[in-house]
Write a protein that binds this ligand. Structure first.
Ligand SMILES: Nc1ncnc2c1ncn2[C@@H]1O[C@H](COP(=O)(O)OP(=O)(O)OP(=O)(O)O)[C@@H](O)[C@H]1O
Ligand SMILES: [Mg+2]
Length: 261
């Protein structure tokens, strides 16, 4: 199971990623997660103590220089696009409750794809773990897929676009859908989050007729309470846990029936 999670800011991408990691770990998968959001919060969301003390990979200038041949921030110039990263998961991942997290924090860019040595490292790591047949991989992306460019997330089983029932969030889903189509990534699914009523669900379905919803996660105050208390969202709300389990089953079924290209 290899999933990349994206969607508009604040819709619940990291929460959904953490819930999915916890569920898959409980089901016996070996789970890796890459936090590729420039503003990394996944470790904290999983309940890792003092997550701010973990330096993101893109800040490890010596490592990046050793592997890519260029120092971060050194501007253009030449560097390796496919640096050696096979040893990095074992060395740098932090483990919490059976989930191994790599805080990568891709570098934020204004435009299409960042061809800096830092993001070359992040891309290489994602590509490396996508090829590890026996591990479940979740990549928590920022709102979009453009900063990593093509050739990275286009081989995931599913690009999961999380959306809340708002017009702005729906517009972001449509934009990401277009980007995905541009790179011929057709394995795209949506997950409705913070669903309070049947009307919320209907709004999303009718606003997004061209995307398949793998699931709808209910709104539950206990998820916010857990976040404020620094506790993981998994186990906070039985209804949310159940909805996530159901969503994962649908995503697994889609993987079995959808051709990979
Ligand atoms: N189903 C839910 N019910 C209640 N609260 C939720 C639910 N899902 C997420 N939240 C809350 O919404 C807030 C935003 O969630 P989260 O950080 O996961 O969003 P995000 O999309 O990762 O944000 P960002 O774009 O900043 O990375 C958090 O406080 C989280 O606890
Ligand atoms: Mg997030």
């Amino acid at each position: 199971m290899k999933l990349a999670i994206t969607g508009k800011g604040g819709v619940g991408k990291t929460t959904f990623t953490a819930l999915t990691c916890a569920t898959l770990a409980r089901q016996g998968y070996e789970v890796f997660a890459i936090d590729a959001d420039p503003n990394a919060t996944l470790l904290g969301c999983l309940g890792y103590p003092n997550p701010e003390t973990v330096e993101p990979l893109v800040k490890l200038a010596d490592l990046i220089e050793e592997r890519t041949g260029a120092r971060p921030g050194s501007g253009g110039g030449m560097f390796r696009m496919n640096p050696f990263v096979a040893d990095i998961p074992a060395e740098y991942a932090r483990e919490i409750d059976g989930v191994r997290v790599l805080v990568a924090s891709a570098v934020k860019t204004g435009g299409a794809g960042c061809y800096c040595p830092e993001n070359a490292m992040v891309r290489a790591l994602i590509s490396h773990l996508l090829l590890e047949a026996d591990v479940a991989l979740l990549v928590d992306l920022e709102a979009g897929i453009e900063h990593l460019g093509r050739g990275t997330v286009d081989s995931v089983d599913q690009l999961v676009i999380v959306t809340e029932p708002s017009r702005a969030s729906v517009e972001t889903v449509k934009r990401i859908q277009r980007l995905a189509a541009d790179i011929r990534l057709h394995r795209v699914a949506a997950v409705g989050n913070r669903i309070r009523t049947a009307a919320d669900r209907e709004f999303l379905k009718s606003a997004l007729p061209d995307i398949e919803f793998a699931g709808f996660i209910p709104y539950d105050d206990r998820i916010c309470d857990a976040e404020r208390a620094g506790r993981p969202p998994a186990g906070a709300s039985p209804a949310v846990d159940e909805a996530v389990e159901r969503t994962i089953r649908i995503l697994e079924d889609k993987r079995n029936i959808t051709p990979s290209h």
